[in-house]
Design a protein around this ligand. Structure first.
Ligand SMILES: Cc1cc2nc3c(=O)[nH]c(=O)nc-3n(C[C@H](O)[C@H](O)[C@H](O)COP(=O)(O)O)c2cc1C
Length: 203
């Protein structure tokens, strides 16, 4: 059975981003797809130091093993579908999400560029007013540059305080549809022999 892993880049563990991911998970689980949520926001994740050790070592990991990034990379490699979630912080992703994107992305490039190729991918953001599309774009760039397949438009929910996003009917509907789209993609790919064979892709 396919598995989907989601990363919540909000420091608010039970916040709006997490609620939106929950709606996607609900649909995936209805389809019998396994789900797992990794809390990234609020953990200490540093940025890429451009040491290039991942290109020297080519072991599928970042040389810095003192935060959650290598665990996230292993989870991404193992999963069939990947969801990146971040609230809008100053019109972009949170620094924890950006650290994950840069380092997980560079490790894929250092290892032939195919670590996440042909996995299903989507992005989720919670926004109070401005910067939602820009934030989605930042996460989409990671998904597309690493060769993932994005089934339909990503999820944008409007809200400020925790739980506000539940009032955004359209955002919730999109989250549910994103779950259905991801389930369809993963189940369809399972039927196509060789559809997950890996090869190089890169920015
Ligand atoms: C540091 C910080 C920066 C923010 N920047 C923006 C912003 O640029 N535009 C916006 O619409 N909302 C902004 N917000 C509001 C959050 O995006 C909004 O409250 C969102 O629902 C939080 O999601 P969460 O509960 O998953 O953390 C910001 C919030 C914080 C704490």
């Amino acid at each position: 059975m396919p598995k989907v892993i989601a990363f919540n880049g909000s420091p608010r563990k039970e916040g709006n981003t997490s609620i939106l991911i929950g709606h996607i998970f609900g649909e995936l689980e209805n389809e019998g797809i396994e789900t797992e949520l990794i809390q990234v926001g609020g953990t200490m994740i540093h940025g890429c130091t451009a040491c290039m050790k991942c290109f020297e070592n080519k072991d599928g990991h970042c040389i810095f093993d003192d935060d959650i990034v290598n665990i996230c990379i292993d989870k991404m490699v193992e999963a069939d579908g990947i969801i990146l979630g971040s609230p809008v912080y100053f019109m972009d992703v949170t620094p924890e999400m950006k650290g994950l994107i840069d380092r997980a992305g560079f490790v894929s490039m250092a290892n032939g560029g195919g670590l996440y190729r042909r996995k299903g991918g989507t992005a989720v953001t919670a926004v109070r007013r401005t910067g939602g599309v820009r934030t989605i774009d930042s996460m989409l760039h990671f998904l597309l540059a690493t060769g993932m397949i994005v089934p339909g438009f990503p999820v944008l929910g409007v809200g400020r305080e925790i739980g506000d996003v539940n009032q955004d009917e359209e955002g919730i509907a999109r989250a549910r549809d994103a779950g259905k789209d991801m389930a369809w993609l993963l189940k369809t790919m399972e039927k196509v022999k060789g559809s997950r064979d890996l090869g190089r892709v890169g920015i």
